[in-house]
Write a protein that binds this ligand. Structure first.
Ligand SMILES: Cc1ncc(COP(=O)(O)O)c(C=O)c1O
Length: 383
């Protein structure tokens, strides 16, 4: 093991999640696997083949760089869609490579049409509309100008999609805002139809929207977090649970994060452990040093708070998490020795540590914690 920790990714868990999510959206709806942020930390090169095995042939990324990463590992039959950043210089590459992309402002639209015209090749565009998230998208008042330009340039693009993104469908606090966004999207979509501009796909839903607002599902869902086995929020989980109480948690986490004990030592009462004085031993203790610190994705805010599993027991992190190590209290776990497996996230014997518990302690979202797992940590696909 040349790395201080490693990540296992469960193929069975992934297939389970895809089966569950496909059951919710139905057979006719396209499943786009959102693989931005290095596939939410799981590794694009791991997730793309797994997704293809599960019948997925559409991948959503943020940038041209991420599209390039996906292109290297996808099958020729799968499609890539860029939802975010695209520099003018990248548009030519994107069009030439049949990559779909969001167009959300006049500048990008004009550039796209100009390059498509020059190349003599149609750009595969998704028109993104601003419905209330206030990030990217054409404003409602731009619809006439937008439609006029599109109608005049029909031969230079394929109208792959008409889309928008919701402002927090995972929280009931945003209920009204989401409802308004759905209504505005419908109005815009009708306007396009009346002007004989019919997209191949209408798509608006991310995980939370698809799981809690069935009318957002439309022709395609852009599933991120849920395919990796995480609920966008506890509310989303409870919403599904109340609908289908037979299964308490139909989603399975793919990721397990493991390391091993580097050093075991005794500490005498009255001694501080680690930098400074944040932990004082008040009795004779046994501690274990684990070679994972904040440089490896284990947040410093878990100092004196985090937990890991050793020999099937949950043990607390004591003292401050350092750049490359954390220290845990193993006084009550008999026989701990150098080389013992340490589970930072995942299961060991009958105990388990979820990312959710981890996140609550450190105030990080699942999303943030996953995407902060350094790319250097090796990831292995397991059964
Ligand atoms: C435009 C867009 N669609 C879909 C998603 C996927 O969201 P989630 O991971 O909540 O499913 C994201 C993620 O932030 C996004 O930005």
């Amino acid at each position: 093991m040349f790395n201080t920790s490693y990540i296992e990714i469960s193929r069975t868990a992934y297939k389970n999640n895809i089966r569950y999510l496909k059951r919710i959206i139905g057979k006719e709806v396209r499943f786009s696997s959102v693989i931005k942020g290095n596939a939410y930390g799981h590794g694009v090169h791991n997730i793309v083949p797994l997704a293809e095995e599960a019948g997925i042939d559409h991948f959503s990324v943020f940038s041209a760089k991420e599209a390039l990463d996906a292109q290297k590992v996808k099958s020729p039959y799968s499609q890539i869609m860029i939802m975010g950043l695209l520099d003018d210089e990248e548009i030519e590459w994107v069009i030439k490579n049949d990559i779909e992309f969001f167009v959300f402002d006049m500048g990008r639209l004009e550039k796209t049409l100009e390059i498509a015209r020059k190349l003599g090749k149609k750009a595969r565009i998704h028109i993104e509309m601003e419905t209330g998230f206030n990030r990217t998208g054409f404003d409602y008042h731009q619809r006439k100008e937008l439609v006029a330009i599109l109608k005049k340039n029909r031969e230079h693009f394929i109208f792959e999609g008409l889309c928008t993104h919701y402002a927090g469908a995972e929280s009931i606090a945003n209920y009204l805002r989401i409802k308004n966004q759905i209504a505005l999207y419908r109005k815009i979509s009708n306007y396009f139809s009346r002007n004989e501009l019919i997209p191949n796909l209408k798509h608006t839903a991310c995980s939370a929207a698809a799981l809690t607002y069935p009318n957002t599902i439309m022709d395609m869902v852009r599933f991120g977090i849920a395919q990796y086995g995480f609920w966008p929020s506890p509310e989303t989980h409870m919403f599904r649970f109340r609908k289908d109480p037979k299964e308490s948690n139909p989603l399975r986490r793919l990721i397990s994060w493991k390391s091993k004990v580097m050093v075991v030592k005794d500490v005498q009462p009255g001694q501080f452990v680690g930098y400074g004085s944040s932990y004082l031993a008040n009795k004779k203790m046994k501690i274990a040093i684990i070679p994972v610190g904040y440089a490896n994705g284990f947040s410093r805010s878990l100092s004196n708070m985090g937990r890991v599993l050793i020999r099937g027991k949950r043990v607390p992190v004591i003292g401050t998490v350092t750049m490359n190590t954390m220290t845990v209290n193993v006084t009550d776990v008999p026989g701990v020795e150098k080389g013992d497996e340490v589970v930072i996230i995942g299961k060991q014997k009958r105990m388990s540590i979820s990312i959710a518990s981890f996140c609550e302690l450190s105030d990080q979202l699942n999303y943030q914690l996953l995407t902060r797992l350094p790319v250097e940590i090796p990831r292995y696909i397991v059964k």
